[in-house]
Design a binder for this molecule. Structure first.
Ligand SMILES: N[C@@H](CCC(=O)N[C@@H](CS)C(=O)NCC(=O)O)C(=O)O
Length: 308
């Protein structure tokens, strides 16, 4: 990688309340991946109301739809002037999963993973890649395709429970909060007032939803992340006793997918302390803590997580 001319990747993330820690789950997946790939980057912080014009200015079509079928422009986006293109122009990528693939293929792997590759002969190379750290380890299985399915699955669980339980408590920019709330209300069918989105703390309906969320995480994602080894030293998981997926010692992109959503929960969910310390025996707090080496936030010096 030639960084001699001081070129760096531009990473577009959403800024809400400037005094609050960032919370957007998909940009968080990208931040983790950028830090993991050790590429030089700078963050451009985009207010919620400017996401659409940012995406349009980069000539990136929306890759998500609102419930009514209209375009839903989103971040993250990266502009990468370091990646060589035949035309010499920078690479622009506008989806968190595609960004992770771009980072893997451009900076982490001489043998880019391919969703169609089924070559089992690369087990040794795969083991070496694992030691170096890979977002999508080429260990003989189709980890890109499996990651794609896992990403959709994790998004679905957190969108079903986490977003309604936590979204109301997003740290909006006080200067634009009213228009931001109106924008959210407009996109949710059947909702006319921001207050209608509240699931009141302590209510029966909230308790039930929290219990369902806890159980969904425990039964559907919990087995992917083994509990710590018991004191007698017995193995805690199929591959080891590390804090990451399958007991790995180093994270892979799957860990960052879950971590991105945990950052959102930490920033917004009133019951975060329970989720962090009690749900699944503290598994989710341990995972978030273990991801800390890749959680550096660029350009928001002095803004610390509200809750740890
Ligand atoms: N499939 C896209 C989804 C990105 C996405 O949904 N981003 C959200 C933040 S997590 C967003 O930009 N929301 C803008 C808004 O709510 O107006 C990706 O993975 O990059």
């Amino acid at each position: 990688m030639d960084t001699s001319n001081n070129k760096v990747i531009t990473f577009y993330d959403i800024i809400l309340d400037p005094t609050a820690y960032p919370i957007s789950p998909n940009p968080w997946k990208t931040r983790y991946a950028l830090n993991f790939a050790k590429v030089p980057y700078r963050t451009t912080w985009v207010p919620l109301a400017a996401v659409a014009e940012t995406r349009n200015a980069l000539q990136l079509p929306a890759n998500r739809k609102h419930a009514d079928g209209s375009d839903f422009p989103t971040l993250p986006i990266i502009r990468d002037p370091l990646a060589a293109t035949t035309s010499g122009s920078e690479v622009v990528v506008g989806d968190s999963f595609d960004i992770a693939l771009h980072l893997q293929n451009t900076y982490l792997s001489n043998n880019p993973p391919s969703s169609s590759s089924n070559d089992p002969s690369s087990a040794a190379a795969g083991q070496q890649q694992q030691q170096q750290g890979q977002l999508f380890p080429a260990d003989g299985s189709g980890t890109v395709a499996l990651h794609r399915a896992f990403n959709a699955f994790v998004d679905q669980i957190f969108s079903q429970y986490g977003a309604p339980l936590a979204g109301f408590y997003m740290p909006l920019d006080p200067r634009t909060a009213e228009s931001d709330k109106a924008a959210f209300v407009r996109r949710i069918p059947g909702v006319t007032r921001w207050e209608d989105l509240e699931i009141p703390k302590g209510s029966e309906v909230r308790s039930k939803m929290l219990a369902e969320f806890e159980s969904a995480l425990d039964t559907k994602l919990g087995p992917c992340f083994p509990s710590p080894a018991p004191a007698d030293g017995a193995k805690g998981g199929p591959q080891g006793t590390g804090p990451f997926m399958d007991g790995r010692q180093l994270p892979i992109y799957a860990d960052f997918i879950v971590g991105g959503w945990l950052q959102f929960m930490r920033g917004c969910l009133p019951e975060w302390e329970d989720m962090r310390n009690k749900w699944s025996g503290g598994k989710w707090g341990r995972l978030l803590d273990a991801l800390e080496p890749w959680a550096d936030v660029d350009g928001r010096e002095g803004v610390v997580p509200a809750r740890r």
